[in-house]
Design a protein around this ligand. Structure first.
Ligand SMILES: [Zn+2]
Length: 489
């Protein structure tokens, strides 16, 4: 044992693994706890060492104050070290052994403010060694302390640290040209563009499709999706597009590991950043992504041609495929695409020019959507009130559960209705435009297909044998409206 001075001189070591605003509270708490230990033991604090945002587990990372503390100790500046817990001091077993050596051979007093270790005792040293190896294993598994901090940040609606999503800076500020691209990606997908087509547009691929005679058929790629170089420099692909579409942060919701973070009432936590898309658009996109039928969705995905998968075979009623410049249902129908597409486009144009078009359209009710939003909020408030009453012991657990279950059920019903309202709006931009015909002429392929699907069913019949010219009679266009109008009693 080294000689003791009259008053033990103590050093405090503080470390926080995160240095952003707010986490400073944690270091003040560590400091207060350590100072309390010094007071209780009658030690004099001669130095305080603080490392910010530096991991105790990574040998490669420099911890300037830690190194300074080690030097000061070997120069005899203090006889005791107080840290909040051993994890703060070090997570490297070799460094911990150095401190244990100092404690056993040179009489260093090393205590933790949480009371778990006192290296002046055999038990304390054993505990410290076990603790260090456990801590080490924990670090190697995942870095639990950091993810706890991330959870906390997410619960507070603060931007996650480390990675910035396209459209935002690390601090959650909007980067306008990226934000526009993100909005365009959501809009294009909700209108029925495929992931592949969106990725191609973002990567700057050819915008138009031409037929064998180099005639422009249709705009193949979604409009308004700008070319946006990826930060990795690699081309966009469907997976990277999904990564954007799935991110709840774009609807202004806090997220952790891709999941929306919810408060105690079950409501999504609002992030402290500007949303880039509306919550209804975001939810609509999730519904489309989750739709198991998406891959075969007639309007939806990955179509290069106007009628592929949309027009039906007049013989078997299955969707036709494209085969070169033709629509085909094997064994039934084999028709040139161009005259059929022309007929369709002119028929739809004529329909869109009808003055009574608005009366023919399915109801889309913004007002109802607002009512539903309010109703959901009411139910969430109901749960919050019941929880408060339960906490205040005004109601018992079974009543609280009954109220909560009832409200949860109602929320589910309301949300389902809300989703129904936004469903099938892929054609809305055209149908509700001031001039639907102009909008239709300027629509991209996905919108065009959606408009056709909203307005009519198309069946292709086999061309009569030996007949060379196109016979419109072999294409059956059945309007959808009129067949589903309200029945009179
Ligand atoms: Zn067929």
């Amino acid at each position: 044992m080294a000689r003791r001075r009259e008053t033990t001189r103590a050093a405090i070591y503080l470390r926080i693994s995160l240095d952003h605003t707010g986490e400073g509270l944690a270091v003040e708490r560590q400091r207060a706890d350590c100072e309390r230990i010094a007071r209780e033991r009658g030690w004099k604090i001669v130095a305080t060492y603080t490392d910010n945002s530096i991991s105790a587990s990574d040998k490669a990372k420099v911890r300037p104050d830690y190194d300074r503390m080690v030097r000061d100790y070997s120069n005899g500046r203090f006889d005791a070290v107080i840290c909040w817990d051993l994890d703060r001091l070090t997570r490297q077993p070799r460094q911990l052994e150095d401190w244990i050596d100092a404690a056993t051979e040179r009489g260093l007093l090393l205590v933790t403010a949480n009371g778990e270790a006192d290296l002046s005792t055999d038990g304390g040293r054993l505990f410290a060694r076990i603790k260090a190896s456990v801590a080490r294993a924990e670090v190697e598994r995942k870095g639990a302390r950091q993810s706890a901090a991330q959870r906390q940040r997410a619960a507070m609606g603060r931007p996650p640290r480390g990675v910035r999503p396209t459209g935002y800076t690390l601090d959650g500020e909007v980067i306008s040209h990226e934000a526009e691209a993100v909005h365009a990606i959501f809009t294009a997908f909700s209108k029925g563009s495929s992931l592949k087509a969106i990725a191609a547009a973002l990567s700057g691929a050819e915008q138009v499709e031409r037929d064998e005679d180099d005639r422009t058929l249709v705009q193949r790629l979604p409009h308004n999706v700008p070319v946006l170089p990826t930060r990795s420099g690699r081309p966009w692909n469907p997976t990277s597009v999904i990564g954007i579409l799935r991110n709840p942060r774009y609807a202004g919701w806090s997220a952790l590991d891709g999941e929306i973070v919810r408060d105690s009432t079950g409501a999504p936590v609002q992030g402290q950043w500007k949303p880039l898309v509306s919550d209804t658009l975001w939810l609509d996109v999730q519904r489309r992504l989750d739709d198991p039928a998406r891959k075969t969705n007639r309007v939806g995905t990955d179509r290069k041609h106007l009628g592929a998968g949309l027009f039906l075979c007049g013989v078997c009623d299955k969707p036709v495929k494209t085969h070169g410049g033709r629509y085909r249902c094997a064994g039934h129908v084999m028709r040139s695409r161009a005259p059929i597409d022309d007929l369709l486009l002119s028929t739809i144009r004529a329909l869109l020019a009808r003055p009574d078009l608005a009366d023919l359209l399915p109801v889309q009710d913004e007002h109802r959507a607002g009512e539903l939003r309010e109703a959901v909020k009411k139910q969430r408030d109901r749960i919050a009130r019941a929880r408060a009453d339960y906490t205040a012991e005004l109601i018992d657990g079974s009543l609280y559960k009954e109220i909560k279950d009832g409200a949860d059920q109602e929320i589910q019903r309301l949300e389902a209705e809300r989703l129904m309202l936004t469903a099938g709006d892929a054609s809305a931009a055209v149908l509700r435009a001031e001039s639907p015909v102009n909008a239709f002429d300027n629509a991209d392929l996905a919108e065009t297909r959606a408009v056709i699907d909203t307005l009519c069913t198309v069946r292709l019949y086999p061309a009569p044998r030996g007949r060379k010219s196109f016979d419109p009679e072999t294409v059956e266009i059945t309007p959808r409206f009129g067949t589903s109008t309200a029945r009179t009693p």
